[in-house]
Ligand binder design. Structure first.
Ligand code: ADP
Ligand code: MG
Length: 271
């Protein structure tokens, strides 16, 4: 099977949500790390964020689900909207934003001593979702299937999550994110710590998942960005200036016909 992102317009189902960042600036103390970044991440598509280390991609991703607020020195200007609703609206609960916008990190971080089964449903308690035993069983199967892991683990759901391979642990983390029914999944270099085969499996998983959740992925792998994403944004912070988006648009155009010479150099490995 050739692995490529579906370039046709998505059939947008009601649960799929668009994420919009408007004029985002961010600081750690006095250090400004993002300057007026705006980006629309369309419903039911994969948006890839690319750019050199230190240009604010992870910071931007964390701002998209309010994880930025966990750093005491961090401050922020601008707006993030999920389907037109401000996720920073003070009258809305933080946990609500986090439930709707899940995150998967570079290093797989399942709870190692907890069983595979318990790992998948670990987020339910946090978000106050109550389920019967049968509902939990069904949810675990559904999420592990969507995460591309069910067949490999269905006979050992009570084994500890820490016993899985790195690639399997990452898919377990994806399954865990899915259990609270997020509308967006943020993925910060999810394959950087994985071997090529596991990377491929995760990419295939993403291409299936995007029918259910909007995906934003940070990647340093230019082939991966081209394989999985429909939209792409190139971040850059030159000579100590805060990160900006130099160019964004359809992935095919960004790689095939970049408009800015800096994008051309970056996507062609000349950085
Ligand atoms: P990227 O993901 O593109 O490599 P980051 O968002 O991690 O970039 O970092 C952007 C800038 O913000 C860097 O200069 C980094 O040192 C700084 N930074 C990131 N996280 C923190 C933090 N928790 N406290 C202080 N500075 C930070
Ligand atoms: Mg980063």
């Amino acid at each position: 099977m050739t692995l490529t992102a579906d370039r046709t317009e998505p059939a947008v189902t009601p649960s799929l949500a668009e994420l919009d960042a408007h004029d985002i600036s961010a600081w750690f103390g006095d250090h400004k790390v993002l300057d007026r970044v705006s980006l629309t991440m369309p419903a039911g598509q994969v948006s890839a964020l690319i750019g050199p280390s230190g240009c604010g991609k992870s910071t931007f991703l964390r701002i998209l689900n309010r994880m930025h607020e966990l750093v005491p020195s961090a401050s922020l200007a601008g707006e993030v909207q999920l389907d037109g609703v401000d996720i920073y609206d003070p009258s809305r609960k933080l946990i609500d934003a986090r439930r709707q916008i899940g995150m998967v990190f570079q290093k797989p971080n399942p709870f190692p001593a907890m069983s595979i089964y318990e790992n998948v449903i670990a987020g339910l308690k946090l978000t106050g979702m109550r389920k019967s035993r049968d509902e939990k069983d069904a949810l675990v199967e559904e999420c592990l299937t969507k995460g591309g892991l069910w067949k490999e683990v269905k006979d050992r759901l009570r084994a500890p999550g820490g016993g899985l391979s790195g690639g399997q642990q990452q898919r377990l983390c994806i399954a865990r994110s899915l259990a609270v029914k997020p509308r967006v999944l943020l993925m910060d270099e999810p394959c950087s710590a994985l071997d090529p085969t596991s990377t491929r499996v995760i990419e295939e998983t993403m291409l299936e998942l995007v029918n259910d959740v909007t995906i934003v992925i940070v990647t340093h792998n230019m082939q991966q960005a081209q394989r999985v994403s429909q939209k792409c944004a190139f971040f850059l912070a030159s000579h100590g200036t805060p990160g900006v988006i130099v160019e964004h648009g359809d992935t095919e155009a960004m790689f095939g016909d970049p408009q800015d010479p800096r994008t051309f150099d970056y996507v062609n490995g000349r950085f």
